[in-house]
Ligand binder design. Structure first.
Ligand SMILES: O=C(O)C1=C[C@@H](OP(=O)(O)O)[C@@H](O)[C@H](O)C1
Ligand SMILES: C=C(OP(=O)(O)O)C(=O)O
Length: 429
């Protein structure tokens, strides 16, 4: 945090983390292409999701938001109209990639772009399979970089084997498949988060799962529904780690989504020796959720690899910080996908944690962290990446000296109230 301090203060209290970002995006998207009213409770009001709302408003959908409550007047896919201007997704990879799947079915022209981070992220992983289905997509570098121009229309189902375990790729193809002719299937190398599949079913649609293969038959009609968004485990992750590594801490996190395709952080922190309990689990709903309580403990290094990686991909920056406080070595591998997030998260994590005294090195597909190190104050930078900014803020709870975080405003992308909640936990004694 910003203030000069000499003591390391335990973090204590109860936190309601904001709504899950992945589920929030999907609730707006499916509500917009379904017929009838959709009500969403607990929507994340971070910048990424607000961009998704704006994009669908530009496509002619009436969306009314009152804080975290949203009503969408769905008129079906055919109710969407050609926008007058370029769609802007801001910093949100999920918005652009999933929307490309929807835009591919629409019989008109759209141009879609984002910020300078989005302009560097690969879109060919989505535009290639969508072109195979019949969409016309063009952009810089043969349609792999934004801005992208899309002319959609009648699509045909494909059987696609994805080279990456990416929920954004899988979801774009399934969303296009929803309105295509015939059956569309996607096979992934490892299982990625399954929120799209769960939510299509909640809107009355059908998706089948056979091992790593997901299939959807085309020309389905979705019906508006009511969605309750659970707390985001990727946001909770910052306090799960803070509660584990800041001496004397105890934090309860209420109503956190614990979908097994997202809960890898719980498995890994427990394997590291973290003290985390789970209460009030409700798994009879679209997305399971529970209360999580964490208290400080001694951690040890682990190896994180293989099919665990997609289950905690966005939590790797904060897990790297946890590893600096663990006894022994932590190895993170099979995580080259980190290079194509909001920043190259292998480089930014290593560069920024090194400034604070961590013993950490980058590898081709991950990083190696040697624990345990004492972290010290420094002038660090989020590089405009919300998860790097929050990881550095939690790191600052371990130093006696001031940590100055450049560009910390980036955290509003996924966690608008983060600094206030962190302050409240630190001031609770
Ligand atoms: O589908 C989603 O909501 C997301 C999928 C993941 O990306 P990839 O699909 O690129 O792995 C994740 O990193 C991102 O924060 C959200
Ligand atoms: C990678 C992330 O999001 P997106 O891909 O939607 O920009 C993230 O939130 O960590």
């Amino acid at each position: 945090m910003e203030t000069h301090k000499t003591n390391i203060v335990p973090l204590k209290g109860i936190v309601q983390v904001p709504g899950d970002k992945s589920i929030s995006h999907r609730s707006i998207m499916l509500g917009s292409i379904a017929t009838g009213k959709t009500s969403v409770h607990g929507l994340l009001t971070g910048d990424d999701c607000l961009h998704t709302i704006e994009c669908f408003k530009q496509l002619g959908v009436n969306i009314h938001r009152d804080g975290e409550y949203v009503e969408i007047e769905g008129k079906g896919l055919a109710g969407l109209t050609e926008p007058n201007d370029i769609l802007d997704v801001g910093n949100s990879g999920t918005t652009i990639r999933l929307m490309l799947g929807i835009l591919s079915s629409l019989p008109f022209h759209t141009v879609i772009k984002g910020d300078s981070s989005i302009a560097k992220r690969p879109m060919d992983r989505v535009s290639n399979p969508l072109r195979k289905m019949g969409a016309k997509i063009d952009g810089r570098h043969d349609g792999s970089l934004t801005p992208l121009a899309v002319r959609g229309g009648k699509l045909s189902g494909i059987d696609y084997t994805s080279p990456v375990a990416s929920a954004q790729v899988k979801s774009a193809i399934l969303l296009a498949g929803l309105f295509a002719e015939g059956v569309t299937s996607v096979i992934e190398p490892e299982a990625s988060r399954d929120h799209t599949e769960r939510m299509i079913r909640a809107f009355g649609g059908e998706v089948t799962t056979t091992g790593l293969k997901k299939s959807i038959h085309g020309q389905q009609q979705l019906k508006g529904t009511t969605i309750t968004v659970p707390g985001d485990i990727s946001s909770a992750a910052f306090f799960l780690v803070a509660g584990s590594i800041v001496p004397g801490s105890q934090i309860k996190l209420k109503n956190v989504g614990v979908n097994p395709t997202r809960s890898g952080i719980l498995d890994i922190l427990r394997a590291m020796g973290a003290n985390i309990t789970l209460d009030h689990l409700d798994d009879q709903v679209m997305e399971p959720y529970a209360d999580l309580t964490v208290s400080a403990s001694t951690l040890r290094g682990v190896t994180i690899e293989g099919d665990m990686i997609p289950r905690l991909i966005d939590e790797i920056p904060i897990l790297a910080l946890a590893a600096t406080q663990a006894e022994g070595t932590t190895i993170i591998k099979d995580a080259a996908e980190l290079k194509v997030k909001e920043t190259n998260r292998i480089d930014t994590v290593v560069e920024e944690l090194k400034k604070m005294g961590a013993k950490i090195e980058a590898t081709a597909d991950g990083m190696i962290i040697y624990g345990k190190s004492d972290l010290h104050g420094a002038n660090v930078n989020s590089h405009g990446d919300h998860r790097i900014g929050m990881m550095l803020a939690i790191a600052s709870c371990l130093t006696h000296e001031k940590v100055e975080i450049q560009d910390k405003e980036a955290i509003t992308i996924s966690y608008p109230g983060f600094f206030q909640q962190l302050k409240a936990l630190a001031n609770s004694q």
